[in-house]
Design a protein around this ligand. Structure first.
Ligand SMILES: [Zn+2]
Length: 387
């Protein structure tokens, strides 16, 4: 086909101008203008530049195909992995960018609906409870819209955070994890003076932190606790966050157990940074989800889910950070489990598995509860990934 060039007129020019206007490259002065004027030429050049095409200000076959792909808006058609000619378009690129923001591995946002994109969509569908068929139709679009709000407001820092994690590989060797046993010193936290089952929250979470420390260290992780077993003073949350930042931690895990006047309140909950208007840390949320699911699967504690909070501890830490409330010390059921050292070992193992899974690329992730933490060390030492 002969390139459409400056000076040309006709319906093809109108179509080109419509696409360019939709991309905000051209101001719609005269809506149905059919002349390839200097504004159109400038817009075509800008478009070519943005798509990595040779910039000549004319619309030849290649530029035409790119413009055609650019007219698709996400949600306007069902996307799926077509063989042998994959679907391409701006809608595919938008979908890929959204999935990337949420921490799914689609590779590069190249606007081509290939096998990797299809696999990431399937993973997303599984996680939101849809049939994981890898195609993006109205149901998947609705789920994306509902969750999209959460990541659209995400600060670039968090998107970089997800990128850095994706690119850093699956190994735990050399990572720094800061474990924060809550309370301590003059602040015992939740108190249950109850005969042989007498524990304070501060003592219990420090014991839990030591178990987690040992297992992480065995996997090659550098571990730092924010306090010892019997500190003189209670470090405020701002100080704990500053400590984690100054150590350049890769992951921050704060440990607490909950308390409630009603002895029937029980279960585990995990918190990550987020605000009421939907701003959230994508990686913090992912870590929280993994920690929560692993603990529930491995301990049988009631699932009190994950929640977004804007607490100082979560807001000021510059790495994926979670706070886990591992059961209620005021619940007889939870308390009898928490005082059992084997139970605390299982909780620690669940958290190690969660940290490990955060570094797996999403398509190589493994089912909850399936990582044998005792084997991690050997696997990591051999330089392979649990598959
Ligand atoms: Zn607490």
């Amino acid at each position: 086909m002969r390139p459409i060039r400056p000076g040309d007129r006709g319906p093809a020019v109108t179509e080109i101008r419509t696409v360019l206007t939709g991309l905000d490259l051209l101001t719609p002065t005269v809506p149905d203008a059919d002349e390839f004027d200097t504004h159109t030429e400038r817009a075509v050049r800008a478009f070519q530049q943005s798509r990595g095409l040779s910039v000549d200000g004319r619309v030849g076959a290649e530029t035409w195909r790119a413009l055609d792909a650019a007219r698709w808006r996400l949600g306007a058609r069902t996307l799926y992995h077509a063989v042998p000619e994959p679907l391409t378009g701006e809608d595919v690129r938008s979908l890929q960018e959204r999935l990337l923001e949420m921490g799914y591995d689609v590779g590069r946002a190249d606007a081509i609906y290939g096998v990797r994109t299809s696999r990431a969509v399937a993973q997303f569908q599984r996680e939101v409870g849809l049939t994981p068929d890898g195609s993006c139709g109205p149901h998947t679009m609705n789920a994306l819209r509902r969750l999209g709000r959460k990541v659209v407001g995400g600060r670039p820092q968090w998107l970089r955070e997800s990128d850095a994690i994706r690119q850093s590989g699956p190994t735990l060797v050399g990572r720094t994890v800061v474990i924060d046993p809550g309370h301590g010193g003059t602040d015992p936290g939740v108190l249950v003076p109850d005969g042989s089952l007498r524990w304070t929250e501060a003592d219990l979470v420090h014991d839990l932190a030591s178990r987690l420390e040992g297992r992480l260290a065995a996997s090659g992780v550098r571990v730092q606790l924010t306090r010892g077993p019997a500190p003189e003073e209670c470090l405020p949350d701002v100080g704990r966050a500053e400590l984690a930042n100054s150590l350049g931690a890769d992951v921050f895990i704060s440990l607490h157990v909950d308390g409630h006047p009603n002895p029937e309140a029980e279960g585990v909950a995990t918190y990550h940074y987020g605000t009421d208007n939907g701003v959230t840390s994508a990686t913090g949320e992912r870590l929280a989800g993994l920690v929560q699911r692993e603990i529930v699967a491995r301990t049988g504690l009631r699932d009190c889910r994950t929640h977004a909070k804007a607490w100082d501890l979560l807001r000021l830490t510059r790495m994926p950070a979670v706070r886990v409330e591992v059961g209620y010390l005021t619940s007889p059921a939870d308390r009898s489990r928490l005082v059992d050292p084997r139970f605390r070992d299982r909780v620690a193992e669940a958290m190690v598995a969660a940290v490990q899974r955060m570094y797996f690329p999403v398509e190589r992730d493994v089912p909850t509860g399936s990582i044998d933490v005792s084997e991690l060390r050997a696997v990591v030492a051999a330089g392979t990934v649990v598959d």
